[in-house]
Design a protein around this ligand. Structure first.
Ligand code: SAH
Length: 361
């Protein structure tokens, strides 16, 4: 029997890796596909419950692999139908994932890390600090748990990597998770239904550009000058606007596909007509669409949401210059499930502001 810490997560391996492990253990290869289907199609991750495997094999799997998979510990439902799930992991830490119905698609907003190291000035998750990366198994588990709990595992749904964390800061596990989710023996999620949202880590964008399995790309821009962007999105110091936009210009896009640029709107900070005009200039030559996100305010976040009129004015300037623009509707604010509002206890650093944010939830 393998020591607990060395046991790989049975539901965190790609099919080919599971096959290779089975081969090394002297277990027939075809069982790997059976087990993969149990875990990812039917949501059964405990080998004891995999009823078409022999008793011997079930015991063997339970001793060779880790089978403590994430579980939902609470679920809140917003008046607008959005649902937030608190999911507990094997080390008893927790993460949040959100289900957003009828956008018009069914959408799962999932996390890639516990906390976040990016520390964007307006985001509550950043206030938690960074605890650790999620494993591929933990990223996949969020989708599986939500899909099965909501009875959607046989239907089409979208996935947005817009929960807690920066997916390109956890590159390998995120991409592995997308491959597991894509497998025809699992949930068979098409990469066209997946959107990865990033602050714009340039080496990560360059790697992503070469991936065979390419999700849609969303880049969190939020400002039109380096000075302002560095104040709002600290990684901009290392990866300034020009470098990010150059990587976007080179990013391979399929026909009719575009890069989404997210732009959080902060009243009196980045919401002026001049900002809008600068944004138009920055995006020249990029197949872009812009998603304006009026700030979801939260305790401890020192910004305000602009008025609808101000948001409309900004949107109109973009539209007049032929940029496709949408305004993200805030969903699930009453259960703190909206963008930038995901936070759980147990992060690493806690300043006075964070303590307050936690207390005032
Ligand atoms: N790290 C990734 C995913 C983050 S969440 C990224 O930065 O893109 C997805 C979006 O929500 C990001 O664009 C993020 O900047 C935005 N967001 C964060 N806090 C917010 C808030 N309080 N109100 C509105 N949007 C917010």
């Amino acid at each position: 029997m393998a020591a607990a810490a060395e046991r790989p997560d049975l539901s965190g391996l790609e099919l080919q890796d599971l096959e290779a492990r089975f081969h090394t253990l002297g277990i027939e290869r075809f069982h790997a596909r059976q087990v993969f289907r149990w875990a990812h199609k039917r949501g059964i991750t405990d080998p004891h419950e995999m009823s078409d495997l022999s008793r011997d094999l079930r015991l063997r799997l339970a001793s060779e692999f880790s089978v403590t998979t994430p579980r939902i510990v609470s679920r809140s439902i917003s008046s607008d139908g959005t649902q937030k799930f608190l999911i507990q992991l094997a080390d008893r830490r927790s993460i949040e994932s959100v289900f957003i119905p009828d956008t018009p698609a069914m959408t799962f907003c999932i996390s890639s890390q516990i906390g976040c190291a990016m520390d964007c000035a307006f985001c509550l998750t950043g206030k938690m600090g960074f605890a650790r990366n999620l494993t591929a198994g933990e990223i996949v588990a969020q989708v599986r748990l939500l899909a099965i709990t909501l009875g959607l595992h046989e239907s089409r749904f979208n996935i947005v990597l817009m929960g807690m964390g920066e997916p390109l800061h956890n590159y390998d596990n995120t991409m592995k998770a997308l491959r597991i989710l894509h497998s025809e023996h699992g949930l068979a999620v098409s990469p066209r239904r997946v959107t990865l949202s990033t602050v714009g880590i340039v080496p990560g964008l360059e790697r992503l550009a070469r991936e065979p399995l390419m999700p849609n790309l969303a880049v969190s821009l939020h400002a039109t000058t380096d000075e302002q962007r560095t104040a709002l999105v600290p990684p901009n110091k290392k990866y300034p606007l020009a470098d990010i936009l150059e990587a976007c210009r080179r990013f391979p896009l399929k026909k009719r596909n575009r890069i989404t640029f997210e732009y959080v709107m902060l009243a009196g900070v980045n919401d002026t007509p001049d900002d809008a005009r600068r944004l138009v200039k920055l995006l020249a030559g990029i197949k872009a669409k812009v998603n304006l996100i009026p700030l979801n305010p939260a305790p401890g976040i020192p910004y305000e949401r602009p008025s609808d009129a101000r948001v409309d004015r900004f949107a109109q300037i973009l539209a007049d210059r032929h940029i496709t623009v949408s305004v993200r509707k805030s969903r699930g604010q009453d259960i703190r499930a909206a963008c930038g509002q995901l936070i759980v206890e147990g992060g690493t650093k806690k300043t006075a502001a964070q303590q307050m944010a936690l207390l005032m939830r």
